[in-house]
Design a protein around this ligand. Structure first.
Ligand code: BES
Ligand code: ZN
Length: 614
């Protein structure tokens, strides 16, 4: 008996699930889902089987073949990270039917009331399962080492529609008695005013890629395999369609670099502003924050990133979160290759430069916890949401870029294609990657210290900043600010969001308050529509103790729930050696007022930032 993943109760001696059939009855009045899950194992099993759950109420567990109850026990011990194991006793069974209800505080789900939506007429609910939240929607072996196919029936109010990271089969009236299992009362399931949306996922995916959204959702077609979905507001849909018009070109670049696009559709879903990430690579239906819609087609970078996951992450998946860099490092590398092809080398270099600064800053953040400056980490007893950082992205990128420099781009491109073809639809670890690398690039270990790169702490000496004139120019302008020189109108004439972002990130952490206001009165950064720029500026303003910006800080913290913005702003408010009593009180008040509008994952992350500094 041994767990196969530090974040799951799944046992190495138990058969893995190969298929899940879900019936989900959405009750918006209680923010719960009454559900059934039919799990099929890869082999019959006798003895205990451990499943992951978090805040689920289990109603029954039966053997669906003989329709007989199966003994089960939901542990009363709640592990703060992993949740509660559900133990089912099997006697040569390979199918298990579980009925259960989710909790209104399910960590994967955000339930929005009508006033929290754009149109204010109907409620909305959506998922975020990565890294370990699928278990708060249905019992499963919630480890990316396991890959499952699934189908799902979503019973929802007829005014709403559902989308999933799966193929849409049909929208229909509920069939009385026609569904193999009833998640709840048959009279409820078939009640008037309800419809059923059916989906199927025929490709095996890790549980963290399970995703749905239910609400008043509309779409626009933007390419032969791409629709963009969003809350059904014409202005939002039009802006999204414009922003993502170049998606098909990016898919083609991806196919050329990494091999066929295997997921058939590449649809996009723009979520409400509380979506906790920039993007989430849910297969066939990427989830996006609305903050990427800036009106200048710059959302392309996030789309390039989530698209790149179609190969690195979704086809080849990290076996556990210890190997998360295999997902994000490869994807950051692949994203930049796509960006370079569609937007040019300069933009790609800016992104590499922003990433470099991010990596350097993370070394400071983890100076007392150097484990998380490694690529291959040990996350035993660690909540992945607490140690989410740029390290797997940017150190992973740097490692692959280093290999590219060593063997040359043509050879590296060939290697990448071969790697993807060899491991597609598999979950792998760092050692499998390194073995494959050594076999396919003979002698590489003599040129690059693979152990230092994957198991060492800090930034290896042979990592590198981008070589680009525009990058160098911006970094040197940022250094000149220390001597009190601001860039001239002429120097910033062609700057877009990314140039400003790079500039601001390279300024000292704090400066004279008068310098902050001078910079802002000249370039209006606090009013930028680009949140990357606005937040980078506000971070500087807070660290420089310019309290006149706190009303904008408050407004920002209340209008978006993307953790990339919440983390640095709340951290800047409460962290530091100097006395910050007023800032701490301010941060707590804003959080208590904004809390309800954040996704549960973001609530947890902000709570942990505030509690560390009180
Ligand atoms: N898969 C991640 C988001 C994620 C990571 C969710 C870990 C939960 C746990 C996604 O692909 C991502 O990296 N998003 C970035 C986009 C950026 C790098 C362009 C984000 O949200 O900022
Ligand atoms: Zn990613």
């Amino acid at each position: 008996m041994a767990p196969i993943d530090p974040h799951s109760f799944t046992d190495s001696t138990h058969p893995l699930t190969t298929h899940i059939s879900l019936s989900l009855y959405f009750d918006f009045s209680t923010s719960t889902i009454s559900s059934s899950a039919l799990l099929t194992l890869c082999a019959p099993h006798t003895g205990d089987l451990l499943l992951d759950t978090r805040s689920l109420t289990i109603k029954s567990v039966i053997d669906p073949i003989n329709n007989t109850p199966l003994p089960f026990c939901l542990s009363s011990d709640v592990d703060p990270i992993k949740g509660q194991p559900l133990t089912v006793s099997l006697n040569n069974n390979s199918k298990i039917l579980i009925t259960f209800v989710t909790s209104p505080s399910s960590s994967a789900l955000q339930w929005l009331t009508p006033p929290q939506t754009f149109n204010k007429k109907f409620p909305f609910v959506y998922t975020q399962c990565q890294s370990i939240h699928a278990r708060s929607i249905f019992p499963c072996q919630d480890t990316p080492a396991s890959r499952v196919r699934y189908n799902a029936k979503l019973n929802i109010p007829h005014q709403l529609s559902a989308v999933m990271s799966a193929r849409h089969v049909e929208r229909r009236a509920p069939l009385a008695g026609g569904d193999s299992s009833f998640a709840c009362d048959e009279s409820l399931w078939c009640a008037e005013g309800r419809v059923v949306e059916e989906f199927t996922m025929e490709q095996p995916i890790p549980p963290y890629l399970f995703a749905f959204a239910v609400g008043e959702i509309g779409f626009r077609e933007v390419g032969p395999r791409t629709k963009v979905f969003a809350e059904s507001v014409p202005a939002v849909l039009d802006a999204a369609a414009k922003e993502f018009a170049g998606t098909e070109d990016m898919i083609r670049v991806g196919e050329k670099l990494f091999g066929d696009y295997d997921w058939e559709r590449f649809d996009l879903l723009v979520l409400p502003p509380s979506f906790p990430y920039g993007g989430m690579e849910n297969p066939r239906m990427v989830f996006l924050t609305p903050t990427v819609i800036k009106g200048d087609a710059s959302g392309a970078q996030v789309v390039a990133h989530e698209l790149a996951h179609s190969w690195t992450g979704n086809l080849i998946t990290n076996k556990t979160n210890d190997h998360f860099w295999l997902n994000e490092g490869f994807t950051t590398y692949a994203e930049r290759r796509i960006v370079e092809a569609v937007q040019g080398e300069d933009i790609a270099a800016l992104n590499i430069g922003i990433g470099w600064k991010g990596l350097v800053d993370e070394m400071e953040r983890f100076k007392d916890n150097v484990e998380f400056t490694k690529l291959l980490t040990n996350q035993e007893g660690v909540d992945p949401d607490d140690v989410y950082s740029q390290v797997p992205y940017e150190k992973g990128f740097q490692f692959l870029w280093r290999i590219e420099r060593q063997i040359g781009r043509p050879a590296f491109d060939e290697f990448l294609k071969k790697y993807i073809a060899a491991f597609k639809f598999q979950s792998i670890d760092t050692y499998m990657f390194l073995d494959f690398l050594k076999v396919n690039v003979p002698g590489i270990e003599k040129e690059i210290d693979l152990k230092i790169w994957t198991e060492g702490t800090g930034i290896p000496f042979d990592a590198m900043e981008p070589v680009s004139n525009i990058y160098k120019k911006i970094v040197s302008l940022a250094n000149e600010f220390k001597q009190g020189r601001m860039p001239s109108e002429e120097e910033v004439a062609n700057w877009h969001g990314q140039e400003w972002e790079l500039y601001l990130e390279n300024l000292p952490k704090s400066v004279e308050a008068s310098q902050v206001t001078a910079l802002d009165s000249r370039y209006r950064l606090s009013e930028s529509k680009d949140y990357e720029v606005k937040v980078a500026f506000l971070q500087l303003a807070i660290a420089s103790r310019c309290s006149e910006y706190y009303n904008i800080v408050e407004k920002t913290l209340k209008e978006v729930g993307r953790m990339k913005y919440l983390r640095p702003l709340y951290t800047a408010l409460v962290q530091g050696n100097v006395k910050k009593e007023e800032e701490k009180i301010f941060a707590q008040r804003v959080f208590s007022e904004a809390r309800e509008t954040y996704h549960p994952i973001a609530q947890g992350v902000v709570e942990s930032i505030l509690s560390k500094h009180l």
